[in-house]
Design a protein. Structure first.
Length: 200
């Protein structure tokens, strides 16, 4: 089980989220070390437990690109004792999150088509959406994903200098990066380069 596997070697490769539909190729495997590092990074108070928002972020580190509601259901599912949750869980240990990953293997990840459709909806059925408008819409929905986070994601998928975002292109690029993330070195270079370097 996932709990038992949490005691394995840091070099052990694990299956995180399934590949987003519409991307080509399997999801990249991650090591136990990767997952432990993500947990440690999010466990800022060093309690050995992640609160709900942190646990959602950990699942995203494992490749899940679905909405917060679906992440909540994934986090709660292993601890249901019947049709209803007796007491909603508030914190998760590393082994418990590995169990959540294991029990979610049959779920579908966000698909390219679904993300593209969501972007077209925000663009009012137009082919593209201005970068600033997308940032404003995200902020207006009370999302914790703000303009700085949007700029970082766009830089990581090679769109750091684009002011008008093609809904189909950006949807595919983002989920392809989820399936096969750039290396830490590549991420550093993309973020360091910034829009000015991309315009050269």
């Amino acid at each position: 089980s996932a709990t038992r596997s949490s005691l394995g070697s840091d070099a052990e490769l694990l299956r995180g989220a399934p590949a987003p539909g519409g991307t080509e190729g399997p999801m990249g495997l991650m090591s136990m070390r990767d997952l432990r590092s993500a947990f440690t990074m999010l466990d800022v108070q060093r309690t050995g437990l992640l609160k709900r928002a942190q646990a959602q972020s950990w699942l995203r580190c494992a490749g899940w690109a679905v909405g917060e509601g679906e992440l909540d259901m994934m986090l709660d599912a292993p601890f249901q004792t019947g049709p209803k949750i007796v007491a909603r869980r508030m914190t998760w240990s590393f082994p418990q999150l590995l169990e959540v990953l294991e029990l979610s293997q049959e779920k579908e990840n966000l698909s390219v088509a679904a993300l593209q459709e969501a972007l077209r909806t925000l663009a009012q059925s137009k082919r593209s959406i201005p970068r600033q408008r997308l940032a404003e819409l995200l902020a207006g929905q009370g999302s914790s994903f703000g303009e700085a986070e949007l700029n970082e994601v766009l830089a990581l998928v090679g769109l750091g200098s684009e002011e008008a975002l093609d809904c189909e292109d950006v949807g595919l690029r983002i989920l392809d990066a989820v399936r096969c993330p750039p290396s830490a070195l590549a991420q550093h270079e993309l973020l360091r380069a910034g829009p000015a370097a991309e315009k050269k």
